[in-house]
Design a protein around this ligand. Structure first.
Ligand SMILES: [Ca+2]
Ligand SMILES: [Ca+2]
Length: 190
């Protein structure tokens, strides 16, 4: 995989001690409680190798090997930052993603849970930015599972909007996420 790079410094969560993040984020944030200031950071990579199968699982393992996960996109601001970065660095081009997409951390259930989407941290999305007519669970290439893994769709005209894709049909670019602790804010002793 080419290490075309990325650092999106992003979103300091809170400087308060022992923050319960649920309230600030309307229930859409991972359940993290910490005294540290947290910063969400993304790394965006061009397409996986063709033999990197199963593709979506290998993408998650790649992010984990770097200390992160596939990206959870919890709100419009995060979504917009990632898109802006991809466009600014022309990563939507076929030179970066021949198969027109980037894996993110959203995944559909199977069987009885078909249509039940969850982020990697187990939360249910309350923000979404789906491409027209998606998710559509197309079954042409996988009659058993259909499409259960979500990509930012880089096909021309699709605007990097979200699309459910087959989990192991085509290699994709990867959006990894890291939650960095920036250190505790000490209260000033006067
Ligand atoms: Ca599906
Ligand atoms: Ca689809």
């Amino acid at each position: 995989m080419e290490l075309v790079i990325i650092l999106l410094g992003f979103i300091a969560v809170s400087t308060a001690n022992h923050v319960t993040l649920t309230e600030e984020f309307h229930g859409c944030i991972p359940t993290v409680s910490t005294c540290a200031t947290l910063q969400k950071r993304y790394e965006i990579y061009c397409e996986q190798d063709a033999n990197d199968r199963p593709y979506r699982q290998k993408a998650q393992e790649f992010c984990e090997s770097r200390g992160g996960t596939l990206a959870d996109i919890k709100n419009r601001a995060e979504d917009a930052e990632i898109r802006k970065f991809i466009y600014a660095n022309k990563m939507d081009s076929p030179e970066c993603v021949r198969n027109f997409g980037f894996w993110i951390g959203l995944q559909d259930g199977d069987g009885a849970d078909e249509g039940v989407y969850k982020w990697g941290d187990g939360t249910t999305p309350c923000y979404g930015n789906w491409a027209k007519d998606n998710p559509n669970n197309n079954v042409k290439k996988n009659a058993t599972s259909g499409q259960d893994c979500v990509q930012l769709w880089a096909r021309p005209g699709k605007g990097l909007l979200w699309d459910d894709e087959y989990c192991d049909y085509r290699p994709k670019g990867i959006v990894c996420q890291f939650i960095d602790e920036c250190g505790c804010e000490l209260e000033a002793s006067v």
